[in-house]
Design a protein around this ligand. Structure first.
Ligand SMILES: Nc1nc2c(c(=O)[nH]1)N[C@H]1C(S)=C(S)[C@@H](COP(=O)(O)O)O[C@H]1N2
Ligand SMILES: [Mo]
Length: 215
């Protein structure tokens, strides 16, 4: 078991035994302006999607299924957040700036249909998957991000577009986001199948809902 600082989050040992690999760990912190992130890739490589080729497919229980280009995402109202990024394994990066479109606004673009309960996310790496309940997805600090650290999101950080779920641990922020399906049941994603809690709130326990006053 692993206990993490004041949050006291503990979880099964499965994830510690090597699912996912941290690539280039520590190297960035040696460079001026380095960001101290550890770069993760389950697949061991980085899908290289040119900005002009990027597509985000949104389907499932929606009134208007649609495929967004990067330019289309960028034409929607944007939000900017500055937050601490926290991996469940213990490393953190304070003061990270993110920019993108609120997932809630994107859902309004396609129109959520009756019976929708959750979202399923897919990655261009064809391995990582993630989930959020519809209520979690509607939180104002959950964004489909296309800028990070003051520039376009780099390939290793999941660009051109990744999810950023600010109130939850980093594994929820799926990189190289390729598709969102609106569905009627929560399906645990890749990291959750390997032992991480489905509700990855940074504060609070692994099983309870968000600390409501904070959001
Ligand atoms: N597609 C994909 N997304 C991913 C991961 C991954 O391996 N593949 N790792 C997750 C984990 S555990 C963390 S902590 C963050 C790390 O983000 P970074 O690689 O930009 O530092 O990405 C998350 N999103
Ligand atoms: Mo992580």
């Amino acid at each position: 078991m692993v206990a993490l600082g004041a949050a006291g989050v503990a979880f099964g040992a499965g994830v510690q035994s090597g699912v996912g690999r941290a690539l280039g760990s520590g190297v960035a912190s040696l460079l001026p302006g380095g960001d101290n992130f550890q770069i993760y890739s389950i697949s061991g490589s980085f899908p290289n999607v040119a900005p002009g080729d990027y597509r985000l497919n949104v389907s499932g229980l929606v009134h208007r299924p649609r495929t967004f280009t990067l330019a289309e995402l960028q034409s929607l109202p944007s939000v900017s957040l500055v937050r601490t990024f926290a991996c469940v394994t213990g490393w953190r990066v304070p003061g990270v700036r993110w920019e993108g479109v609120r997932l809630s606004d994107l859902l309004d673009e396609v129109g959520v249909a009756p019976g929708a309960v959750a979202l399923a996310f897919e990655s261009y790496d064809r391995l990582d998957t993630e989930s959020l309940t519809l209520d979690q997805a509607r939180l104002p600090d959950v964004i489909v991000a296309y800028r990070m650290l003051g520039g376009p999101i780099s390939v290793e950080h999941g660009g051109p577009v990744r999810l950023y779920v600010s109130p939850m641990f980093g594994y929820k922020s799926i990189k190289w986001l390729s598709a969102i399906r609106v569905v009627d049941v929560v399906s645990p994603g890749y990291w959750e199948q390997n032992g991480y809690p489905v509700n990855g709130w940074i504060t609070g326990s692994t099983t309870t809902a968000a600390p409501s006053a904070a959001r």
